[in-house]
Design a protein around this ligand. Sequence first.
Ligand SMILES: C[S@@+](CC[C@H](N)C(=O)[O-])C[C@H]1O[C@@H](n2cnc3c(N)ncnc32)[C@H](O)[C@@H]1O
Length: 257
Amino acid sequence: MFREEFNNIDSFSTDILDDYSQQSSIVLDVPFVPTDEHVVEAMLNLADVGPQDVLYDLGSGDGRVLITAARDRDTRGVGVDLDPLRIADAMESAAWSHVEYLVDFIEDDIFNVDFSEATVVFLYLFQSVNVQLRPYILSQLRPGSRVVSHAFDMGDWKADDCLKLSGATIYKWIVPAQVAGVWEWAGPDGKLYRVELKQKYQRITGSAWLDGKKAHLKSAKLCGGRLDLELGEDTITPLNRFTLNFSDKKIRSIIAK
Ligand SMILES: C[S@@+](CC[C@H](N)C(=O)[O-])C[C@H]1O[C@@H](n2cnc3c(N)ncnc32)[C@H](O)[C@@H]1O
């Protein structure tokens, strides 16, 4: 079944598709095609993966991503794959590389697992699968967590960063906090600031008021849980700048600049 979809995708090369592990009882959303080592390295760099991270590979294949991160960066990792042969391969490779104490491989469907502890999620799936995963990513991961995808984007959630390598494109997203709504605070100048914000992923638009009077919201930039605002009484007077830090849909701190 997946072979038909596979044949329509030119980002996977057919000569490296390994049919051997296919079991007729398992319906995979994506076939096994491993990411080249140089692309793995570039993705780990793009997501700035380090020893403080918890890395999930959803559809972990032979485990190379997690094993590389554990071996070279001391990163704890969890891989999920529906194919028991891939899980067995990955566990054997982890033991061979002496990193089995840092990595776990779970035989399950990526749509069944709780990956909320991840600080970085690695994907090499189809775009349609990324899009299906998107609501889980946005609801489970904490603001500021990174998602990196090999070859396939995330539909209308535009990537924060994108890198073209020889023969591969990789994408990075930073999970945005939920900041839509009405927010009010007192500035150091004693004025009452109010913003009404709308949100589409990391893109923020809205309106502002100063002491109850309509004001000018020049910019609103969201990165993870950090929202940088520039607003002024009008388009002529100097701008006031604030950083609002959000978590769990609440403002945790406000810094005037
Ligand atoms: C393209 S390979 C990527 C392997 C590895 N992440 C890499 O980049 O080298 C996709 C993997 O996803 C697994 N997979 C496909 N559908 C899945 C599902 N619904 N749940 C869990 N794993 C799945 C396949 O068995 C395969 O190993």
